[in-house]
Design a protein around this ligand. Structure first.
Ligand code: ATR
Length: 273
């Protein structure tokens, strides 16, 4: 039976084993998926031990995504731009690194019937989480992709790097000049119950508001968006399932359905203490 793992430190909280087990049942793929805690200074050794044991691939979470990029012998363009790898495949002596976070977001939006083509998108943040979704978002042909960040120079750097006419770097204050179809929060603000100070004028009732963070209760950002009148607010639990689905697809060549797995996870999340 082919074996896969998620590696991190800490790792106890990871939902990836449940997600991949549900995928394997849904698609009748005979795989085993577990989780392992890796010592902070032992990532490279650990990977080589897993390869020697015949493990087929791993997902990598905090704090090893940059080290996973460094150990890769082949790298996708989306992983390179993200500066981070969350999926490693061990193939004939090669370590193939990819980043499925951005496609995970796009897959989740599609599964929730949110159209991206021709739309005006605001991406909040310019850290790893934001970088990871840029290319997959652009691949969906939006009309405009604005990046707003507290440190505007970081957003400007990304726009220069990607060099795509549809992209624009703005400050949080400058959001007042736009009305967006979709706003995606890729800052870490919801983790500390804060919100990025964007202008409420850029949200309409039809703006889809998305937070990459998820929690049992509605996140601080989505609560604020709903208060501004946004009818559709979505948290990042589906992105978690979506990125896992893309990793599963890379390894197994079969794309699992996101919606039923998301439904199960939502029930599990509601039961969390
Ligand atoms: P990640 O890998 O999760 O993206 P990161 O690389 O540390 O983490 O990036 C965190 C992002 O959240 C950055 O865009 C950061 O803005 P700065 O680049 O200006 O630091 C943003 N962020 C964090 N705390 C914030 C706050 N209180 N208000 C607004 N933005 C914040």
């Amino acid at each position: 039976m082919d074996q896969y793992l998620v590696l991190g430190n800490p790792i106890a909280q990871s939902r990836s084993p449940s997600i991949h087990t549900l995928f394997s049942q849904q698609t009748a793929q005979n795989i085993e998926y577990g989780k392992q805690l890796v010592e902070l200074d032992n990532f490279n050794n650990h990977i080589h031990e897993l390869i020697a044991q015949g493990i087929k691939g791993v997902n990598v979470t905090m704090p090893f995504k940059e080290q996973a990029l460094a150990i890769s012998t082949q790298l996708s363009a989306r992983a390179e731009l993200a500066g981070a790898v969350n999926t490693l495949s061990f193939i004939d002596g090669d370590i193939v690194g990819d980043n499925t976070d951005g496609v995970g977001l796009v897959n989740d939006l599609k599964s929730q019937h949110v159209e991206l083509q021709g739309k005006r998108i605001l991406l909040l943040g310019a850290g790893g989480a934001a970088r990871g979704v840029l290319l997959p978002l652009l691949a969906e042909n939006p009309q405009l992709l604005c990046i707003a960040n507290r440190t505007v120079s970081k957003a400007e750097l990304l726009v220069t790097k990607v060099n795509d006419a549809r992209m624009q770097a703005i400050s949080f204050t400058q959001t007042q000049a736009f009305v967006f179809d979709i706003i995606i929060n890729a800052t870490s603000t919801s983790l500390s119950a804060e919100i990025p100070p964007i202008d409420s004028k850029c949200i309409s009732a039809n703006t889809v508001c998305y937070d990459m963070v998820y929690s049992k209760e509605r996140t601080s950002f989505l609560t604020w968006c709903a208060t501004q009148g946004a009818k559709q607010v979505i948290d990042g639990l589906g992105m978690l399932v979506g990125q896992a689905a893309e990793s599963f697809y890379i390894w197994r060549g079969v794309m699992p359905k996101i919606a039923p797995v998301l439904k199960t996870l939502r029930v599990e999340l509601a039961k969390d203490k």
